[in-house]
Design a protein around this ligand. Structure first.
Ligand code: NG1
Length: 417
């Protein structure tokens, strides 16, 4: 029998508290910070272009047990041995670990919020002991890294009595994460902070705004790892930043063509001129087979799909939502070139197995694919994917780490103990 979610969470919390005591000489944590990962239903690579997304917060989360210290030191332990301990001083300028180190995501939040604290109140940061754990699959496009940034930010703010409204906190977390070198938008941090149970979130940028959209009962998403790592610390980071650069070039060309040299993002043009005029103007500025044109077309059309998908979800029209998700996948594959053979195989299995829509989720270049459907048929589909994908490609891997069925869950929070 399945353990009810709240009992499982209580069990996890007491295990984390006990592990904290073991790691820190019997000391009890003062509080737990919990920040979920997310899946994105639709709206890929639109956020950093100032255009909307439609993600939801997952039941999977990063959890940090923490207790304030009397000095400025951050003493960091991870419940999993593969993540080595780290210690550093909380300050507005923190030296990076080598790329790929998990501690960089903690440093990202601590450096940013220590600077904010100094600027807003003149106070120096207080440090804390922290034990980190979590169950978000890593390098999968489910925002495990942003969840770590958000959970750290919550712990830092709690210890330093820094109080921010959720939207501001989300903007700061997005800015903080650039410490690790990716030029991402703000989707992941906003989805983690603002997530609402039973709702997807339509998120807009510049200025950041989030509107919950109810996700009908009985419906869910099957999420399956393609077995290809999408770690932003490796080549995928260079590919990701290349896409950001291509969009900036497209915006600069449009600025010249449409006489708006000061507009920084593709979203500024979409909002003023509309998709058709933007694609036409860019098409006159570059050769028809230019990558720049393909990338910009994806971004403009994806934003239109997000608008339509939001309306469909609000109306409970899951068939239309599914069709738009599959269209988004084709565009991500053909125009944005962020899919790959394993993701394609999963999407094909999903659609053959009766999913209403299927696509990669997150940055792409590997990671997870998702399928939309009703809960019972999705459970059957998952069993089929186990047989036809995982038992063939990864017979030794525990299936629980690789795929799950999820509905929208709650956003990040701190629980005092
Ligand atoms: P993931 O899938 O977590 O790597 C990245 C960006 C998002 C967004 C998506 C693509 C970060 C932290 N996240 O997400 O902002 O641009 O790609 O839609 O850079």
């Amino acid at each position: 029998m399945k353990t009810p979610a709240h009992l499982a969470a209580m069990h996890d919390d007491s295990a984390l508290r006990a592990a904290f005591a073991r790691a820190f000489g019997g000391r009890a944590p003062a509080a737990l910070a919990r920040a979920p990962g997310r899946i994105n239903l639709i709206g890929e690579h639109t956020d950093y272009n100032g255009l909307p997304v439609l993600p939801f917060a997952l039941p999977h989360a990063v959890r940090i047990a923490f207790a304030p210290r009397d000095d400025a030191r951050i003493v960091l332990r991870h419940a999993r041995e593969e993540h080595p301990p780290s210690e550093f001083i909380a300050s507005p300028a923190i030296e990076h670990d080598p790329p790929g180190s998990w501690a960089n995501y903690v440093k990202a939040a601590v450096e940013h919020f220590a600077r904010l604290l100094l600027e807003t109140s003149g106070a120096a940061a207080r440090g804390f002991d922290a034990l980190v754990d979590g169950d978000i699959p890593q390098a999968g496009g489910l925002s495990s890294s942003s969840a770590l940034v958000v959970a750290t930010a919550l712990a830092f703010c709690e210890v330093n009595a820094l109080s921010l409204p959720p939207l501001e906190l989300a903007s700061h977390c997005a800015a903080a994460e650039r410490y690790v070198g990716t030029q991402g938008g703000g989707m992941d941090q906003a989805a983690s902070i603002l997530g609402a149970p039973g709702c997807a979130l339509r998120i807009d940028f510049f200025p950041l705004a989030a509107t919950p959209v109810p996700f009908p009962e009985g419906w869910a998403v099957l999420a399956c790892h393609s077995l290809v790592r999408a770690a932003k610390t490796e080549e995928a980071r260079a590919e990701f930043n290349r896409r950001v650069g291509e969009c900036r070039v497209a915006a600069a060309l449009l600025g010249r063509a449409l006489d708006r040299p000061e507009a920084p993002r593709l979203g500024d043009f979409a909002k003023e001129f509309g998709t058709a005029a933007c694609v036409r103007a860019l098409g006159e500025a570059v050769p028809p087979d230019s990558k720049i044109l393909a990338r910009a077309r994806h971004v403009f059309e994806e934003a239109e799909r997000v608008a339509e998908a939001t309306r469909a979800l609000a109306a409970g029209d899951m068939r239309t939502l599914g069709r738009l998700m599959s269209d988004a996948h084709a565009s991500a594959r053909d125009l944005y070139e962020i899919s790959g053979p394993a993701l394609e195989e999963l999407v094909r299995l999903f659609l053959e197995g009766g999913a209403l829509g299927a696509r990669l989720t997150g940055a792409g270049f590997g990671g997870f694919a998702i399928a939309l459907g009703e809960e019972d048929p999705l459970a059957r589909l998952m069993a089929e994917v186990d047989d036809r994908f995982y038992r063939v490609r990864a017979p030794a891997r525990p299936l629980e780490e690789l795929r799950f069925i999820a509905r929208p869950a709650e956003g990040a929070r701190v629980v005092r103990v």
